[in-house]
Design a protein around this ligand. Structure first.
Ligand code: 13P
Ligand code: ZN
Length: 280
């Protein structure tokens, strides 16, 4: 089958373009990766041209031999739909999970995203904790969540609780909460280790003054998660811009009722009592 006709490739391209249309990918900002199923690899095998092995920059032994579809470093999400073969690539990992080689794409040269260590370390953590179900890792630069990292304490509990409060469905969409990585140099193993540690517990990790990482089972769930968190952040930015403090909000016991109604577990540590400022 023609590589570009495969359903997983079409879904990947659509998600990248949706992210561009949301305004989350200025210039080459953001990156996307998908752990390809064995059956899907077989569908497109005939298109492969194997390039030389390159170091990943970290080690992901549990992902040895797996294939990933990833955006290219320095490539623009804006171009993924119209110049797909120039913008993305498929890579294969070696038997140790220490090197990769391009087997398709990046036809005018280049390499996978500079955040490959973070993507692969997150994939490894998520694959192990979900019994193989999680397949998508997505990094974007949504403006509102980034704005919040300048005014809120860089703390998991504060970010989780504030984002949960901004839209009733948030605790249902990300019941485990949100992790926060302090500012770090992007593109290497150090930030990958910090992020993947948070991914053991959460599906979302904020990178202070930079963006957001989201993980999910498929493209819809992962895009939806990014969208939900950023929309919640947008509402919070609006509220904080209108007045100091909220006049009313969702209370801890209401979150507990919500958890029962929707069959989700919300960690009690995020349901602390807050001082509510009354301004009647
Ligand atoms: P890449 O172009 O290498 O994917 O980098 C973009 C980015 O968002 C880095 O964090
Ligand atoms: Zn980035």
């Amino acid at each position: 089958m023609n590589f570009l006709d495969a359903e997983f490739v079409r879904d990947f391209v659509r998600m990248a373009n949706d992210g561009w249309e949301q305004g989350w990918h200025e210039r080459n900002g953001g990156n996307l990766s998908y752990r390809v199923k064995e059956k899907e690899v077989e569908q497109v095998l005939e298109n492969f041209v194997k390039k030389e092995w390159q170091p990943i920059g970290t080690s992901v032994p549990k992902l040895a031999g797996e294939y990933f579809l990833v955006t290219g470093s320095g490539k623009y999400f804006r171009n993924v739909a119209i110049k797909t073969e120039d913008s993305i690539c498929m890579i294969e990992l070696d038997a140790k999970g220490e090197n990769y080689r391009i087997v398709w794409g990046l036809k005018n040269g280049g390499k996978p995203t500079s955040e490959l260590p973070s993507h692969l370390m997150n994939h490894e953590v998520k694959m192990l904790s979900s019994n193989g179900k999680y397949r998508v890792i997505y990094h974007a630069h949504p403006a509102n969540i980034i704005a919040l990292t300048f005014v809120m304490p860089l703390n998991d509990a504060v970010f989780t609780r504030e984002l949960w409060e901004m839209a009733t469905e948030c605790p249902v969409v990300f019941p485990a909460g949100v992790g926060v990585v302090p500012w770090m140099v992007p593109g290497g193993r150090k930030i990958a280790v910090a992020t993947s540690k948070l991914m053991e517990r959460y599906d979302v990790a904020v990178w202070a003054h930079h963006g957001l990482f989201a993980a999910g089972e498929d493209f819809d769930a992962t895009f939806g998660l990014m969208h939900t968190v950023e929309k919640s952040a947008e509402i919070l930015v609006k509220v904080l811009s209108m007045q100091q403090g909220k006049r009313q909000t969702i209370k801890p016991e209401e979150f507990r009722d919500l958890a029962v109604a929707f069959g989700v577990k919300l960690p009690e540590e995020f349901l602390f009592e807050k001082l509510v400022v009354k301004k009647d």
